[in-house]
Design a protein around this ligand. Structure first.
Ligand SMILES: [Zn+2]
Length: 312
């Protein structure tokens, strides 16, 4: 089996793998590998060049054939920063996603390069704290924080912003000798434009960050109302298996949990606006169904965003 410090390789069907981000390492989000028969297709490229390098190696390890298409589901860095290892292949995204990458990624890299001295300082401090920490659990937490910072540092030093060369607007169908898959733009949802990959013959959809499993989905860069419509669109595809951007693959009824989450947050935020509550969202407790989802801080960012947009 292929081994990477960034992800675990999970087979979903004959010729289809999800590469699930490990808690530590430079992946941060999931990627997909699809054997099209005469070539390989890759869905998303992780958060860092170093994870992207392993992604390339995994694709060649599992399917000993040329890699042809790389899909970027949306502009967020944790789905596109491995692109540079595929500059010889064809990177595909929606035209809006490419524009947003152009707008955000070079700027992010410049900002992060300027922050390198601070990052070095944080790394030194963390190393010292780990040496002085005798509590095993705390030491483990500090070590995982350190490994995160080291991954970020490596990525800033090595990243070359690499944009898609082929863009599409609504739908593109890709044919291989063994399967045909569809890229579908669902419009504004998690971001201003999100792409899903649908394989009708496998009843599998790679849905990017339109679905997060046991993770708080991030609402602040998109449009929660049209996101709800996008979820209905995915439901109507009648897929058996959904591959989320974060968390393990899930069956289609899981979509209802994301719909419920968005609706719950909209109603909490509306209530806060109506009551003109002092806008300290931190007084709100995360509702029980979402209490154990990862990245609880995103819940508060989401609420602040919804209150702000309701006030507009
Ligand atoms: Zn995202």
């Amino acid at each position: 089996m292929f081994h990477s410090r960034h992800f675990n390789c999970v087979p979903l069907a004959e010729g289809i793998y999800v590469l699930e981000a490990k808690e530590q390492g430079g992946a941060m989000s999931n990627a997909g590998l699809i054997d099209m028969g005469d070539h390989t297709l890759i869905f998303d490229t992780f958060n860092t060049p170093q994870a992207g390098k392993d992604l390339r190696e995994a694709a060649l390890y599992f399917f000993n054939q040329p890699i042809k298409y790389i899909i970027n589901s949306h502009w967020h860095g944790d789905h596109v920063r491995g692109n540079q290892h595929f500059s010889e292949e064809l990177i595909v995204s929606s035209s809006t996603t490419r524009e947003l990458m152009m707008k955000t990624q070079p700027e992010w890299l410049n900002r992060m390069r300027n922050l390198l001295p601070n990052l070095d300082e944080d790394i030194l401090k963390l190393n010292a704290s780990i040496d002085h920490e005798h509590h095993a659990l705390k030491q483990k937490e500090l070590s995982s924080e350190l490994s995160y910072l080291l991954e970020i540092k490596e990525s800033i030093l090595t990243l070359k912003v690499t944009l898609p060369q082929l863009t599409y607007d609504r739908k593109i169908t890709l044919h291989g000798s063994a399967r045909t898959v569809e890229l579908l733009s669902v419009g504004a949802a998690h971001t201003d434009c999100d792409t899903i990959l649908y394989s009708p013959s496998d009843s599998i959809a790679f849905v990017g960050d339109l679905v997060a499993v046991h993770n708080h989905p991030l609402l602040v860069d998109g449009d929660p109302i049209s996101w709800l419509e996008a979820l209905t669109f995915i439901e109507n595809l009648n897929v058996d298996l959904l591959v989320p951007g974060h968390g393990p693959a899930a069956s289609s009824p899981y979509i209802q949990q994301i719909r419920q989450y968005i609706n719950d947050l909209i109603s909490i935020s509306k209530q806060m606006v109506v009551e003109n509550a002092l806008m300290d969202v931190n007084n709100i407790e995360i509702p029980e169904p979402y209490l154990h989802w990862k990245f609880g801080s995103i819940f508060y960012r989401n609420l602040e965003f919804l209150i702000k947009t309701a006030n507009r």
